[in-house]
Design a binder for this molecule. Structure first.
Ligand SMILES: [Zn+2]
Length: 332
């Protein structure tokens, strides 16, 4: 339920909109491309980032049929002018919708939103549903504003009302300018970012006020679940700081949201299953990026988990999160 995809060709948005900072692709050799931010190199990607049939073949090697796809967070473009951000979201969402309609048994699509505008995000959410996407992916913060910000609440409310699922992915990592070495933004910043998102949605009362909102947090919820004891203790000992917008103990929300299983650690995954709930942990890969679980759940198969737990992780929990019927994906 957590894989990233990009169209093979992106428009030159900087030329179109008249200012810099947008991602474009340089196809410098067969099967490879450079993601460029203006003249600045961001990341080298391979054709499995965009080649729809290559992706299906690679997944089949690990006995996995269906991929929930969403964009790569660097394409969120929340910093852009609202109308331009909206234009980018439409382009990316139409690409994913086209893919889903071509391969309805292999791909499930999540959209992206121009979160810099509440109104444009709600409009795009409505459009996402019309074009066959079943949810949206958003960042763990929006231009350094946390997810409890009142500007985002109507978007979450629209998600709930439209029956769309919400996937929260870390990006724009806090403190990254102070820890460029050792890949620390990815190793330290990302888990913290995800916990920042979970805590903001809990303490800000978003989950409390929107009980039907189906939220899934990336990378097993980042550092939230491993530090729930500390977070709960903070809530109890300093309610004047923590419980200012929502009087409910954060532990009460365990079992209310979904997480993926991307832990690379059987012991941690057992803990995540116990804390998040066996019916809330979904198979995610972060494919095709190197920090992902590119053997797509192989370590889970070696954990000696009961068969029904495996079935939940490998399919049922994701189907529940997205409210999809298993029969939709039957082949033949
Ligand atoms: Zn990811």
């Amino acid at each position: 339920m957590h894989t990233h995809i990009i169209p093979e060709n992106l428009p030159m948005w900087a030329d179109k909109f008249g200012y810099e900072g947008f991602i474009h692709l340089e196809h410098h050799m067969p099967g490879r491309a450079r993601m460029m931010k203006g003249a600045q190199f961001f990341r080298e990607i391979k054709s499995n980032c965009w080649d729809t049939t290559e992706r299906i073949t690679e997944y089949a090697q690990f006995h996995t049929q269906v991929q929930v796809v969403c964009t790569i967070p660097v394409l969120f473009s929340y910093w852009a002018k609202p109308d331009d951000g909206s234009d980018i979201a439409r382009f990316l969402n139409d690409h994913i919708a086209q893919l889903v309609s071509e391969y309805p048994r292999q791909y499930i699509g999540l959209g992206t939103l121009p979160m810099q505008s509440t109104e444009l995000s709600i409009r795009e959410l409505e459009r996402c549903r019309e074009i066959g996407l079943v949810g949206v992916q958003i960042g763990s913060n929006i231009n350094d504003r946390n997810l409890d910000d009142p500007a985002f609440f109507p978007i979450f409310e629209a998600c709930q009302d439209l029956g769309l699922a919400l996937f929260v992915h870390p990006w724009n990592m806090m403190g990254q300018q102070h820890m460029q070495k050792y890949w620390l933004p990815w190793l330290v910043g990302m888990p913290a970012e995800t916990s920042r998102a979970v805590c903001s949605m809990i303490f800000g009362g978003v989950l409390e006020r929107l009980p039907q909102l189906r939220v899934c947090f990336a990378h097993a919820g980042g550092s939230f679940l491993p530090t729930i004891g500390r977070i709960e203790h903070g809530f109890n000992c300093r309610p004047d700081l923590v419980a200012v917008d929502n009087p409910v103990n954060p532990r009460e929300y365990l079992g209310r949201f979904w997480v993926d299983c991307i832990t690379h650690d059987p012991l941690m995954l057992r803990y995540v299953l116990q804390t998040a709930g066996e019916d809330k942990v979904c198979l995610g890969s972060d494919y095709p990026f190197p920090l992902g679980d590119l053997e797509i759940g192989a370590f889970i198969e070696e954990m000696d988990l009961p068969e029904n737990t495996l079935t939940r992780i490998f399919s049922t929990n994701t189907l529940d999160w997205l409210q999809l019927d298993r029969h939709k994906f039957e082949i033949g």
